[in-house]
Design a protein around this ligand. Structure first.
Ligand code: ATP
Length: 195
């Protein structure tokens, strides 16, 4: 099995690219969505997070992510404690998913923080989805109804696209110039040839 990580900055087009791979019957594990669901539903995580921040950090079964964000912002010790609670559960969830897909020749893990979480070390190949910053800002403003400043501050908190590209095996350009589908089809062919 060839394990491929897909990463990229906010609004770069990761999910769009993954939708195309899914249409080519490649199973995709979306690490951000799964981690979010586990943070709300996994009993071990819920107990750990409540122990760290108090019972009222969950409202109607949903973690108050904005509050957690503001509490761990600039508090690396608290952030590391939070990661120690969440990461092992998410890692084992991914391992179970991998086991279920063990007979697939090719699988994809989509993760915004693939490099930051060292997730790339478990992958055979990594793809970065790249798009110009101005385009990414416009896309996310439209998609999430955020202001330009709000998107810019999220971008500032992420690893730069340049660094991600340097650490990747492949780049998919998801912009207004290059055609996306042929890039995905060609890369799919190449990745399948490795398996
Ligand atoms: P995030 O990290 O914020 O979840 P992402 O990298 O997964 O974002 P997408 O959700 O795939 O990015 O794309 C961001 C927005 O841009 C979406 O609304 C999507 O429909 C749009 N988009 C992505 N690629 C293109 C494209 N090639 N042309 C037009 N719109 C696009």
């Amino acid at each position: 099995m060839i394990k491929v990580g897909i990463t990229g900055g906010i609004g770069s087009g990761k999910s769009t690219v993954c939708t195309l791979f899914k249409m080519l019957h490649v199973p995709v594990y979306n690490a951000d969505i799964e981690a979010r669901a586990l943070t709300n539903n996994d009993a071990k995580i819920v107990a750990g997070v409540k122990g760290l921040f108090g019972e009222d950090i969950y409202q109607d079964g949903q973690l108050n992510r904005a509050k957690v964000g503001s509490l761990v912002f600039n508090n690396t010790e608290l952030l590391s404690k939070l990661n120690t609670i969440i990461h092992p559960v998410v890692a084992s969830h991914f391992q179970n998913w991998l086991f279920k897909h063990q007979y697939c020749p090719l699988i994809i893990k989509e993760a915004a923080i693939l490099f930051e979480s060292d997730g790339h070390k478990q992958m055979d190949k990594v793809i970065t989805v790249s798009a110009p910053e101005a385009l990414r800002i416009n896309r996310v403003m439209k998609r999430d109804a955020l202001t330009k400043e709000e998107v810019e501050s999220r971008i500032k908190n992420q690893m730069s696209e340049e660094e991600k590209v340097k650490m990747s095996d492949y780049v998919i350009y998801c912009n207004d110039v290059e055609l996306l589908i042929p890039q995905v089809v060609n890369l799919h062919k190449e990745l399948k040839s490795l398996s």
